[in-house]
Design a protein around this ligand. Structure first.
Ligand SMILES: Cc1cc2nc3c(=O)[nH]c(=O)nc-3n(C[C@H](O)[C@H](O)[C@H](O)COP(=O)(O)O)c2cc1C
Length: 207
């Protein structure tokens, strides 16, 4: 084995180790609204569910990287969540993977990634940010807590939210069971590599 002490590595090297080892990661396509009312959309793959009572999720918009012109600044998504307390997580299916990728462009806050990506906003029920109409499943969330793991450029920030509404395309859900083939979710590996969820296996859990 090769061993690495993160304290002796560059931020970029640690990031590469983490995104290479922690795979595959699901992708949250996060919709937020700025205080000025601009709709923002961006994908985040440091994302997971936390528990179902209450239904809780987290995603992690890091502070801008050391090599960025805005090193250490908050991404638009984080700023919007902190200012408004609301967000929507849209599942990324294979059909909208290119559009979700287009939404990751680093553009100024006044530009809406809905327009960049060609995805369609549709009104949410319990929060102000829109859902993505083309996404097969969406979760409307209210902010619970924001945890800064550091304040340096590249530091991770954990956004914890409570799901206040689930939406699943009607043909994909039966008795609360979601059809994984129909959902056709994609995930992220390292760098520009993504992964599909079409190669599945069953394992019966021991009693
Ligand atoms: C598939 C994918 C996954 C990503 N995951 C993350 C992530 O977990 N955390 C993060 O800070 N940025 C992540 N990014 C980069 C952001 O999407 C990108 O910085 C985006 O411009 C942020 O937009 P915002 O400033 O509108 O919030 C990811 C990009 C892609 C394409």
């Amino acid at each position: 084995m090769l061993s690495f002490n993160p304290a002796e590595c560059l931020q970029r090297q640690v990031y590469k180790l983490m995104t290479g080892i922690i795979v595959p990661r699901p992708i949250a396509l996060v919709s937020t609204l700025s205080r000025e009312g601009v709709a923002n959309l961006a994908p985040f793959s440091f994302f997971c569910g936390v528990g179902s009572v209450p239904p809780t999720v987290l995603f992690c918009p890091s502070l801008r990287a050391p090599d960025s012109a805005e090193a250490g600044k908050r991404k638009d998504t984080l700023r919007n969540v902190e200012e408004t307390g609301e967000f929507v997580i849209n599942v990324v299916s294979d059909a909208i993977s290119a559009a979700a990728n287009a939404a990751s462009a680093e553009v100024p806050p006044e530009v809406s990634e809905f327009q960049l990506s060609g995805l369609t906003p549709v009104a949410s029920e319990a929060v102000r940010p829109a859902r993505v109409a083309e996404s097969p499943a969406q979760m409307e969330c209210k902010l619970l807590q924001v945890i800064y793991t550091g304040r340096a450029p590249g530091s991770g920030v954990i956004v914890l939210g409570e799901v206040v509404r689930f939406h699943v395309r009607e043909d994909l859900v039966e008795d609360f069971r979601v059809d994984p083939a129909g959902l056709d979710a994609v995930g992220r590996m390292a760098g520009n590599t993504w992964v599909r969820t079409r190669d599945r296996m069953e394992l019966i859990r021991p009693k």
